[in-house]
Design a protein around this ligand. Structure first.
Ligand code: G6P
Length: 497
C-alpha cells in the first residue's frame, strides 16, 4: 500500500459506527481549539488563531479536527461535540503515538530542523512511522467529514502528509495548508530522510501558505532541487506551480493577532488600573523590561537574560532602577532540549537575583506559568521595553500583541531579526540575539529612548499591525485558496461552483 492510501479497515468506526455528518469547511490542526479547566469544563483556547478561525467558521457549516490532549483514552471527560458554531471531532493518541509522533517526529525532528537546526536533529524511523500513521488518521477523519466540494484548511508541521492522503481519495476538495513555523533552507531540510514524502504531501495541497517570503522561497528551492517541481518565480508574494497537470500555489501570508480584542481589553479602566498596580507592586522601577514566551530553546530567553546580567555586572544598569519580568509558559516538558533550556534560564534568574536583589525586591520576576490573555495585556501596557529575542521564529505574535496594547503610543520593542515579525515591524530595535554585546547596546538604547522617538516608531508599528489583523490574514488565505483556478472532479459528479 502506498504511503498516501488509507486502509479503511484501520478505522473500524468508519465502517461500523453511525453515519458521519459532513461539513463544507474542515479545519485540521494537531490540537482541538478547546481546553478543559480544573473543574473539567471545556472552553475555547486563548489565542488569535482560534478566535480568527472560529469567526471564519461561524459563517460556514464547519468542523475542527484535532487531538483532544488525551493519551490512551485517559481524559477528565470527552470534549464537547460542538463549541459555539463549530463541530469538534477529536483524534485520540495512544501513549506511544504521543511519544513517537508528538514528542518524537513533530517536536524532536521537525521542530529543531525547521528552526534552522538550532538543536541537533534526531531522525528515528520509529518516530517517522508514528507520524505517518497519525497523519493517516487525521486524513481519514477529513475524508469522512468533508462534504462534496468542501474546503479543508490544514495547519502546521504536524500534518504535512495529510494533503496527499486526502487528495488521493477526495480530489473534489479544495485543500490549503498553512505552516506556522519557518521553512528552513533546502540544504538543511535535505538532511531529512523522508524529505520526498514530506514534499509530496505538501505539494498535493492547492495552496501552501508560509509566514514570510523567505520561507516560501526556501520551499520552492527544495521542491526544485528534489525534482518535484519546475523552477518557479516567486513574485508579489505568490508562485504558481504546474505539476502533474494540476496548478497549485505557494504564498507568504504573515499571521497576525486580534487587534480589536486587545483594544477592547486595553481600553477598560480595570486594565489601566491593573497595569498601574502591577508597576507599583514592582516598586515603580524607572525602567520595566518584559519578556513573554513559551519556554522553548528557540526563543532566546537565555540570551536576553545574559545581556541583562552583564549590564548589571558592569554597573551600566542600576539594580534599584530596573526590573525585568519574564513569563515563560510551560511547554513540551519531556522533549529533549526543553529541560536544559529551563535549567539555564532558571540558573540565570537565580544568578541575577542572588547578586542584585534586595530583600523583598527581586530584579528579575520569573513566572513559569500559563497566564490568561487578559492578564498579559496589563503587563504589556506597563512595560517600557518589550524584549523579543528568538534565535528563529516563524512569526512571534507576542511582539504584535505588545504593539497593539500600547494604546498610548509609547514603549519600545526590541525584536530579533530572526523572527518572522521583523519582516513587518522594521521600526522595532532589530537585534541579533547571538550577539550579546550588540543586544546589550540595544537594551540600553531602548531604555534611554526619547518619548518622541518611541511614539514615532510605535505609531508606524501600530498602523502596520492594524492593517493586517488575524482576520485579514485568514481572509487573504481563504480568498487565495478559493481563486485557485484548477477544479477537480467531484465525488457526486457535480461541477464546482
Ligand atoms: C507553535 C506551533 C503550534 C503549537 C504551539 C504550541 O506555535 O507552531 O502548532 O500549537 O507551538 O505547542 P504545543 O506543542 O504545546 O502544541
Amino acid at each position: 500500500m502506498s504511503l498516501y492510501e488509507t486502509p479503511t479497515e484501520a478505522n473500524p468506526t468508519r465502517q461500523d459506527g453511525p453515519p458521519v455528518i459532513t461539513h463544507e469547511f474542515v479545519v485540521a490542526a494537531n490540537r482541538l481549539p478547546v481546553r478543559a479547566d480544573a473543574e473539567g469544563q471545556w472552553h475555547l483556547s486563548p489565542g488569535g488563531l482560534v478566535s480568527a478561525l472560529s469567526a471564519v467558521m461561524a459563517d460556514h457549516d464547519a468542523v475542527w479536527i484535532g487531538w483532544d490532549g488525551s493519551m490512551d483514552g485517559e481524559t477528565e471527560g470527552a470534549p464537547p461535540s460542538r463549541q459555539g458554531d463549530m463541530a469538534l471531532r477529536p483524534i485520540a493518541l495512544t501513549n506511544k503515538e504521543f511519544t513517537d509522533y508528538y514528542e518524537g517526529f513533530a517536536n524532536g525532528t521537525l521542530w529543531p530542523l525547521y528552526h534552522n537546526g538550532l538543536l541537533s536533529t534526531r531522525f528515528k524511523r520509529s518516530w517517522w512511522s508514528a507520524y505517518v500513521s497519525v497523519n493517516r488518521r487525521f486524513a481519514e477523519e477529513i475524508i469522512a467529514a468533508a462534504s462534496p466540494n468542501g474546503t479543508v484548511w490544514i495547519h502546521d508541521y504536524h500534518l504535512q502528509l495529510v494533503p496527499a492522503i486526502v487528495r488521493k481519495q477526495r480530489p473534489d476538495l479544495r485543500i490549503g495548508l498553512f505552516l506556522h513555523t519557518p521553512f528552513p533552507p533546502s540544504q538543511l531540510l535535505m538532511r531529512l530522510p523522508w524529505r520526498e514524502e514530506i514534499l509530496e504531501g505538501l505539494l498535493a495541497a492547492d495552496l501552501i501558505g508560509f509566514q514570510t517570503p523567505t520561507d516560501a522561497r526556501n520551499f520552492l528551492a527544495l521542491a526544485h532541487r528534489s525534482d518535484r517541481a519546475p523552477e518557479t518565480l516567486f513574485e508579489d508574494n505568490t508562485a504558481t506551480i504546474e505539476l502533474d497537470g494540476r496548478r497549485m500555489k505557494v504564498g507568504s501570508f504573515p499571521i497576525s493577532i486580534d487587534v480589536d480584542r486587545i483594544n477592547q481589553i486595553a481600553n477598560t479602566p480595570e486594565t489601566t488600573a491593573a497595569a498601574a498596580n502591577f508597576r507599583a507592586s514592582l516598586g515603580d522601577p524607572a525602567h520595566l523590561l518584559l519578556g513573554v514566551d513559551r519556554l522553548d530553546y528557540t526563543k532566546g530567553i537565555n540570551a536576553r537574560l545574559k545581556a541583562f546580567l552583564e549590564l548589571l555586572r558592569e554597573g551600566t544598569l542600576e539594580p534599584e532602577s530596573v526590573a525585568f519580568v519574564q513569563v515563560a509558559t510551560p511547554s513540551r516538558d519531556d522533549v529533549r532540549g526543553y529541560e536544559n533550556t529551563r535549567a539555564e534560564i532558571e540558573q540565570l534568574v537565580g544568578e541575577i537575583n542572588g547578586d542584585y536583589a534586595r530583600l523583598g525586591r527581586p530584579v528579575v520576576h520569573y513566572l513559569h506559568q500559563n497566564l490568561p490573555f487578559e492578564e498579559l495585556i496589563p503587563l504589556y501596557m506597563a512595560a517600557d521595553v518589550m524584549v523579543v529575542t528568538p534565535f528563529e521564529d516563524g512569526m512571534n505574535l507576542v511582539a504584535k500583541e505588545y504593539v497593539a496594547s500600547r494604546t498610548d503610543g509609547t514603549g519600545v520593542l526590541v525584536l530579533s531579526e530572526f523572527a518572522g515579525t521583523a519582516v513587518e515591524l522594521h521600526d522595532a530595535l532589530l537585534c541579533n540575539p547571538f550577539d550579546i554585546a550588540g543586544l546589550k547596546r540595544l537594551l540600553l538604547q531602548a531604555i534611554s529612548m526619547h518619548p518622541d522617538e518611541q511614539s514615532r516608531r510605535m505609531d508606524i508599528m501600530r498602523r502596520q499591525v492594524s492593517n493586517n489583523t488575524v482576520y485579514d490574514w485568514a481572509k487573504r488565505f481563504l480568498d487565495q485558496l478559493d481563486t485557485e483556478p484548477d477544479r477537480q472532479s467531484t465525488t457526486d459528479g457535480s461541477a464546482r461552483a
